[in-house]
Design a protein around this ligand. Structure first.
Ligand code: ATP
Length: 271
């Protein structure tokens, strides 16, 4: 068990709640351990629909672990134990009747390193669609154009859809991976440091894309880049040693944090 972080002489941040109409993901008293070693400790937070929530915190504080818990990627790791609840649109993701394949369709995930499949641009985006349902080609083409447009990539690739995805630049590959995820119409997009391997211009494109996508879905962003969290997120959760230290509107967390620990992290006094 982790030592408690509540040594700072300030009452813990009040739990920020959203109404059922506003709330997309609700995490309650969630614990997770790897081989008995606690990685997430008593996390309670609600994530509002059609907003971007950023998870920030020092390396090893549990940001990626929490992200992976939201679409049950830990199911494949036998050393992981957990307790508490994560609800997606009011449904417990660990309920016995939860279809995990359907959960992962509804909760898409994009990783740090772009991972297009070794196939054409078109086939990358068609991949999930083909697994899901047999669609007439015209309908499939429409969805592919829509997904590539939503991922701000269509204009760059519309004349070369049958080129290998691996011939795209890193930034284009990451937008292709986002298009592939969007094609199967998720409710939530989890982004684990999606721009950290990209150049500054590609990073700005991804940030603009994240801001634009929130009209379509709910986004959760893990980032080490404080400016990025401030630029793109509406809410920010600061984690430290597996605990939620502070959570609130991004403007408030960055300009007027409640706790000294948060300020120390945001201003680079702890890393
Ligand atoms: N597969 C795993 N098996 C065992 N321990 C793990 C595993 N993945 C993560 N951990 C541990 O869980 C804790 C949280 O790790 P996690 O990767 O979630 O942190 P993070 O905040 O995302 O870090 P970073 O910013 O460096 O990516 C760390 O102590 C880490 O060593």
């Amino acid at each position: 068990m982790l030592a408690s972080l509540s040594s700072e002489n300030v009452a813990p941040a009040p739990v920020m709640r959203f109404s059922a109409e506003q709330c997309c993901l609700s995490i309650a008293q969630f614990y997770l351990a790897y081989a008995g070693k606690t990685a997430l400790h008593d996390l309670t937070l609600d994530l509002p629909r059609h907003h971007v929530t950023a998870f920030i915190g020092p390396s090893g504080c549990g940001k990626s672990t929490l992200l992976r818990a939201i679409n049950r990627l830990h199911d494949l790791n036998e050393s992981v134990t957990h307790s508490g609840h994560i609800q997606l649109e009011g449904q417990d993701i660990h309920a016995p009747d939860m279809n995990v394949t359907e959960l992962r369709r509804r909760v898409g995930m994009v990783f740090q390193t772009p991972n297009p499949f070794p196939m054409s641009i078109y086939e990358n985006v068609a991949f999930g669609l083909r697994l899901q349902q047999r669609l007439p080609k015209r309908k499939r083409d429409d969805i592919i154009e829509w997904a590539l447009t939503s991922a701000a990539l269509w204009d760059e690739v519309k004349d070369q859809l049958h080129r290998s995805a691996w011939q795209l630049s890193g930034g284009q590959q990451q937008r292709l991976v986002i298009a592939r995820t969007l094609a199967i119409k998720p409710d939530v997009l989890l982004l684990d440091e999606p721009a950290s391997a990209l150049d500054p211009i590609s990073t700005l494109k991804i940030e603009e894309l994240i801001r634009n996508l929130k009209s379509q879905l709910t986004l959760v962003l893990v980032t080490h880049n404080m400016q990025q969290a401030a630029r793109v997120s509406d809410y920010t959760a600061f984690l430290q040693q597996g605990e939620l230290v502070e959570y609130g509107p991004t403007d408030q967390v960055f300009t007027n944090p409640r706790l000294q620990r948060t300020e120390n992290y945001i201003t680079g006094r702890i890393t």
